[in-house]
Design a protein around this ligand. Structure first.
Ligand code: ADP
Ligand code: MG
Length: 405
């Protein structure tokens, strides 16, 4: 990069001079950044250039199936079940994620989705960034997959953090055609084309890239040309053919009331709003609800016969740091404001996922946590309980649907 001439005549006061940058040079910075990210990604995930799912011990498999060790021996001697035996290592036995999920599906306590009932769509939303939307989307998918569910993640944020958590780098590895854009442009009518497997058995992904910003121009443009076009229903229509295959579709949204966010909310059966109990996050969450109200009102004006209801809306207390004095007061405000919407579970702040090697991951990515095991357990249990609550609700909805037939 060329060093620009100082723009001020030097006085003794100035020991730090600004360096001008031409607009063209921004491109060089972008290039360097994107190359660097590819490099550090390799070292962050070393020794594997790609993300790897955790492996499980026999006790961990037993615990996923909610059975004791003795029961494991009992089950794997039953030839009709054909349960995976894992890999025998010198002092232990190891199961892959796929093997562990097969155990859960065959002997775990989780009732299956009734035949003919479609998967449920859950949007994670909040117009503020950094409140844990993406982490919630990923951990919920991982938690549900460990109950044997098959999950589709949809990344709608041009920042593509959810794709990154799945080891996919938006800039260098995702072309426009692999995102929801062809659906948005009307070139495709089903999102099947965009589904990718991930490193995690039981989770597929529709990735995002920065190109998604163009949806914000295209959708209103098309609406202005074609009155019959339903700009809010594009994602819903595109997901429909996938609902037989997946038990749950989890949609991660950008921190803005954008056209794609509206699509996510209009498609969603359930909405989860992660809200950390800090004063600032609380304040902006109140704006979320008033903007959301404005949206609902204007949707009703545009489409008077719009028939939209949510099966559930939850406020999830996230990144809860009990050691902060303000936490308790703000938690109280949140409870008083949102009352029954607030889930009776909260996700603690945890440093487990904050070391460089695991920042592209979640508590579920860690096979063996070397630190304070208690911290890990606390976070893991919170995420497990959260996933279980959502799973129970989904199953209740499936059962109600079945009954209504
Ligand atoms: P959003 O999608 O709302 O912008 P993210 O899920 O990307 O939020 O989270 C923002 C930051 O907070 C990330 O660095 C993430 O690792 C961190 N984070 C999320 N949940 C927790 C948690 N429970 N404990 C500690 N850090 C968290
Ligand atoms: Mg995010």
């Amino acid at each position: 990069m060329a060093v620009a001439k100082p723009i001020v005549s030097i006085s003794p006061y100035v020991r730090h001079v600004p360096q001008g940058i031409e607009l063209e040079e921004i491109e060089t910075i972008a290039q360097n950044a994107s190359e660097m990210l590819v490099n550090v990604r390799e070292s962050m995930l070393a020794p594997h250039p790609r993300k790897r799912a955790p492996v499980f011990t026999t006790s961990q498999v037993a615990s996923l199936c909610r059975i004791d060790r003795k029961k494991v021996n009992y089950y794997w001697e039953k030839p009709d079940l054909q349960l995976p035996q894992g890999t025998v290592l010198p002092r232990t036995r190891e199961f892959t994620l796929a093997e562990a999920r097969e155990w859960v599906t065959k002997v775990g306590p989780f009732p299956k989705r009734p035949p003919g009932v479609k998967g449920k769509k859950i949007a994670i939303g909040n117009f503020k960034g950094g409140v844990s939307k993406t982490t919630t989307a990923e951990t919920l998918a991982q938690g549900l997959s460990l109950f044997g569910r098959s999950v589709l993640l949809v990344d709608l944020d041009p920042q593509a953090s959810l794709s990154a958590l799945n080891g996919i780098l938006a800039d260098s590895e995702v072309s426009e055609d692999q995102t929801i854009l062809p659906l948005i442009y009307g070139e495709q009518s089903s999102l099947e084309y965009a589904v990718q497997p991930t490193y995690w058995d039981g989770i597929d992904l529709i990735p995002a890239s920065a190109a998604l910003f163009s949806a914000e121009f295209f959708l209103p443009f098309k609406q202005s040309k074609d009155r019959g076009f339903k700009f809010w229903d594009v994602l819903n229509t595109g997901l429909e053919p996938l609902l037989d295959k997946y038990d749950v579709v989890i949609i991660d949204t950008p921190p803005a009331l954008s056209y794609v966010t509206i699509n996510a909310f209009m498609a969603a059966d359930g909405l989860i709003v992660p809200t950390p109990p800090s004063a600032l996050d609380y304040a902006s969450s109140t704006q979320f609800w008033s903007l959301f109200t404005d949206l609902a009102r204007s949707m009703k004006t545009i489409v008077p016969d719009l028939n939209k209801r949510f099966d559930f809306i939850h406020v999830l207390l996230a990144k809860v740091d009990a050691s902060q004095a303000a936490t308790h007061a703000v938690r109280e405000w949140i409870n008083r404001t949102y009352e029954r919407l607030v889930l009776p579970i909260e996700i603690p702040t945890t440093t487990v996922t904050q070391s460089a090697s695991t920042e592209f991951g979640t508590v579920y990515d860690i096979s063996k946590y070397e630190g304070s095991n208690k911290t890990y357990q606390r976070a893991r249990e919170a995420y497990d309980r959260f996933a279980e609550m959502i799973d129970q609700e989904i199953f209740a909805l499936w059962s109600a649907e079945l009954e209504a037939r």
